[in-house]
Design a protein around this ligand. Structure first.
Ligand SMILES: Cc1ncc(C[n+]2csc(CCOP(=O)(O)OP(=O)(O)O)c2C)c(N)n1
Ligand SMILES: [Mg+2]
Length: 274
């Protein structure tokens, strides 16, 4: 947690930021009403905590969104942090936008790696963590993975690399929403027992509720003290915060009507997300 802050005040602040971040996604969808909303909304609470309370660019901290299709979440949080003006959100879906369907570090400030082809982000993050060590930088590298994405074999090679080199400055966060593009992860390519598997690869593993701000903070605080790479299994709900369709495979790529977006905006403004 941010040093010197009162826990309850901080959590209320972070909840407000997460609400605004979801509202930033609605703003983009008002410009162009299609996108990977399900995976973005499952990740938003986690990356809100990361961006507001942990990431320090100067120190060499980095965040890699391995599951690049969740980029609506990253665009929304970067705008909320003021890394680029919110007016850019209104260009989503336009020709030559800085907010393409998958993130592009050459187009948008704040993006540290081009992702979208699943299965590459963990290896990129390993390289960043390794180079932080070689250059004696204190920074920690965080990488967000999708649970469907874990079926990519390259992740398992990167898990080995990280523990072999004892990359204690690397934290992987699994957005464990149990769904991928067309259905349940357990039906398409089961990853259980994921905690035991990753432990067997030499990582420290935490399992948390990825929508509970105190659990997210506690896991990220613990990760900073670990002497091994850390893997946080964040149990989430795909589409968390949607008025309808959260927890269903169909929210993977949402084609919203203007009424859907007005309804979502009103619901987020009225109630936020519990
Ligand atoms: C190498 C590769 N194969 C397939 C895809 C197509 N694809 C995009 S999202 C997705 C599902 C990913 O599932 P998950 O990691 O669980 O993310 P979530 O749907 O929960 O956001 C797939 C298969 C891709 N982007 N890259
Ligand atoms: Mg998933």
């Amino acid at each position: 947690m941010k040093k010197g802050s009162n826990v309850n005040n901080r959590i209320n602040f972070l909840k407000e930021k997460a609400k605004n971040t979801r509202l930033n996604v609605v703003r983009m969808l008002k410009a162009y009403p299609n996108g990977h909303v399900g995976g973005a909304f499952s990740l938003i609470d986690i990356i809100t905590v990361l961006y507001f309370d942990y990431l320090d660019d100067e120190r060499g901290d980095r965040f890699v969104l391995s599951a690049g299709h969740k980029c609506l979440a990253q665009y929304a949080i970067l705008a909320e942090k003021g890394i680029f003006p919110k007016s850019i959100l209104d260009t989503y879906g336009a020709l030559d936008t800085k907010l393409p369907g998958h993130p592009d570090m050459h187009k948008l400030p704040g993006i540290k790696a081009n992702t979208g082809a699943l299965g590459h982000g963990l290896a990129i993050a390993c390289g960043m963590a390794f180079s932080n060590r070689l250059d004696a930088r204190d920074g920690t590298v965080y990488v967000a993975l999708g649970d469907g994405e874990m079926s990519e074999g390259s992740n398992w090679e990167a898990l080995s690399f990280a523990s072999h080199h004892n990359l204690s400055n690397l934290v992987a966060i699994l957005d464990y929403n149990k769904l991928q593009i067309s259905g349940k992860v357990s039906d398409i390519m089961n990853i259980e027992p994921i905690a035991d598997r990753v432990k067997a690869f030499g990582w420290k593993v935490y399992s948390i509720n990825g929508h509970n701000f105190s659990e997210i903070i506690e896991a990220l605080d613990n990760a900073q003290k670990e002497t091994q790479p850390t893997f946080i299994i964040a149990n989430t709900i795909k589409g968390k915060g949607l008025v309808r369709g959260a927890g269903e495979a169909a929210c993977h790529y949402w084609k919203a009507t203007p009424e859907d977006l007005d309804g979502l905006e009103a619901s987020l403004q009225a109630e936020g997300v519990d």
